[in-house]
Write a protein that binds this ligand. Structure first.
Ligand code: GRG
Length: 296
């Protein structure tokens, strides 16, 4: 398949829908909407919405039914980046190749922009109920899944553990827990929610959840490797940030070669999960392979 064209088409679909959700500079509190829009459209691969749509596609679902959830996932992800960059957390100046939200605006506005995106994401999912009359249980399960993945049992909890681990020796088990929560939970929820919204069977949903978990971990390993080997301009953020903050990473713990070998193993295992789904899972297959060659 032509993956480049596929990704461009999906990004376009997501971006157009997001533009409709967060129109530039409207509403009574113009400044916060401007900051939300700024961070949302400051680049970004749109990996989570693309995974969600591909999850729906893999079970033969209708893309339009998964689209609001796909956009909500990107909004939650963007909120997490804005807050992660704040001086109280990673204190970063550059994100997605642009000044971070608190540098472009100010700290209070950046906090509110993150809050605004997170809250709005759940309104968008709730609004999708109109397409789910008679099958509300699917939407409720999705809502519950995404809330758990984003909250203290998922990303927020992982971020807390990550901050607590700074400057301290961490073993492989602890590192895996941090990343499974901080990064993996939302990525897994992206594929799983797509499969749910697409009307997948329980067996299909379980297979795609397994895929998502391995994808999430492999994504984090390759993110750590890029922090060591990557190019700041290509990545749109400073390389070497992990070492600077004395963060535990996979290359730091296992060595770069072993970390790469583990990422390959995880991708192979994720691909095996997709086998029973056949051709419809081809985009997810390509997305997993892309992890091993990505440069940003
Ligand atoms: C503040 C609650 C809270 C959580 C922050 C996402 C996160 C948790 C921190 C970001 C720090 C980081 C670099 C994590 C590693 C993996 C990751 C999430 C990378 C960024 O995701 P991409 O590569 O970014 O999908 P784009 O910009 O392409 O969307």
């Amino acid at each position: 398949m032509d993956m480049k064209a596929y990704l461009e088409e999906r990004r376009g679909l997501v971006n157009r829908t997001l533009e409709g959700i967060i129109p530039q500079g409207r509403g009574p509190a113009f400044r916060v909407v401007e900051a939300m829009h700024y961070s949302l459209f400051a680049g970004g691969k749109r990996l989570r919405p693309i995974l969600c749509l591909a999850g729906a596609e893999a079970v033969g679902g209708d893309l339009s039914e998964a689209l609001p959830v796909a956009c909500a996932l990107e909004m939650i992800h963007t909120y997490s980046l804005i807050h992660d960059d704040l001086p109280a957390m990673d204190d970063d100046d550059l994100r997605r190749g642009h000044p971070t939200c608190h540098n472009q605006f100010d700290e209070a506005t950046a906090i509110l922009a993150g809050d605004g995106l997170l809250t709005e994401a759940f309104r968008v999912i709730a609004d999708a109920a109109i397409h789910f009359i008679g099958k509300e249980a699917v939407l409720l399960e999705t809502l519950q899944l995404i809330a758990a993945a984003a909250g203290y049992q998922g990303m927020v909890g992982g971020q807390m553990l990550d901050l607590l681990a700074e400057g301290r020796q961490v073993d492989r088990k602890e590192l895996e827990t941090i990343h499974r929560l901080k990064t993996g939970a939302l990525l897994t929820a992206s594929v799983r929610s797509g499969a749910l919204m697409g009307g997948g069977t329980r067996q299909e949903i379980t297979l795609l959840t397994g895929y998502g978990e391995k994808f999430g971990l492999a994504f984090q390993i390759t993110d750590d490797i890029l922090d060591v080997e990557g190019d700041s301009t290509e990545m749109g953020k400073a390389a070497g940030a992990d070492a600077k903050r004395q963060k535990a990473t996979y290359p730091g713990l296992l060595g770069t070669n072993q970390a790469k070998a583990w990422a390959r193993q995880l991708v192979e295992s994720a691909l095996a999960d997709l086998k029973p789904l056949g051709e419809r899972a081809a985009p997810l297959e390509e997305l997993a392979r892309y992890l091993l060659v990505r440069r940003h």
